[in-house]
Design a protein around this ligand. Structure first.
Ligand SMILES: [Zn+2]
Length: 203
């Protein structure tokens, strides 16, 4: 645990400036009043849960670019961090999803966790994706979105997928990280990084 916090402190580029984060949703007008209320509740509660686990976000303002979908196969099929000044988050979500379904989805916790680290070079994507992948599960567990059994099951299943892919792709992790999409090496890259942070927390 001590090692994990040392790593976080070393990586977090602006942790000393702790501020309360104000979300700034863009694209709410495309939603009905009820939907808007639901989405704002979801965004605020996800930021609260994330900060309860990882500490204050180093952002005074957090723009969130909303892309509501009419048809989606999961509550939040896509999210990404938009680096800039300030950093923001882009979210594609099912406009008809309930608050419960949105809160139970991992995507937003993953993207919020990314904001605790600066943008790293492609060769270090295993570090940023591993951090976000592990922390999305920690945030969900700490805030009782998932129970301990689900937490262990999700980590075990992910680590197993990473292990399986590592057997087929033996290139150095930095090399695979730099070309992850072309190699289809997401499982090895994400879960090798997650394993690094799990080990750091246990040390
Ligand atoms: Zn990610």
């Amino acid at each position: 645990m001590k090692l994990l916090y040392s790593i976080l402190f070393a990586l977090c580029f602006n942790c000393a400036a702790q501020v309360s984060t104000q979300i700034q949703p863009h694209g709410l007008a495309a939603l009905s009043d009820n939907q808007q209320q639901r989405i704002v509740k979801w965004l605020n509660s996800s930021v609260e849960k994330t900060q309860a686990s990882l500490g204050p976000l180093p952002h005074a303002l957090l723009p969130i670019y909303l892309h509501p979908r009419y048809i989606a196969f999961e509550p939040v099929p896509w999210g990404s961090v938009k680096r800039g000044d300030p950093d923001g988050i882009e979210l594609h979500f099912d406009r008809f999803a309930s608050l419960r379904q949105l809160n139970d989805d991992w995507t937003l916790y993953h993207e919020l966790a990314h904001l605790y680290l600066p943008l790293l070079p492609y060769s270090a994507f295993w570090l940023s994706e591993g951090f976000a992948t592990y922390m999305q599960n920690r945030i969900m567990h700490d805030n009782k979105v998932i129970n301990s059994g689900q937490f262990i099951q999700r980590l075990s299943a992910g680590l197993e997928r990473g292990r399986n892919q590592t057997r087929k792709m033996s290139q150095p992790l930095s090399e695979l990280s730099a070309d992850m999409w072309q190699h289809g090496a997401q499982q090895r890259v994400y879960w090798s990084g997650a394993a690094f942070f799990i080990e750091a927390e246990l040390t």
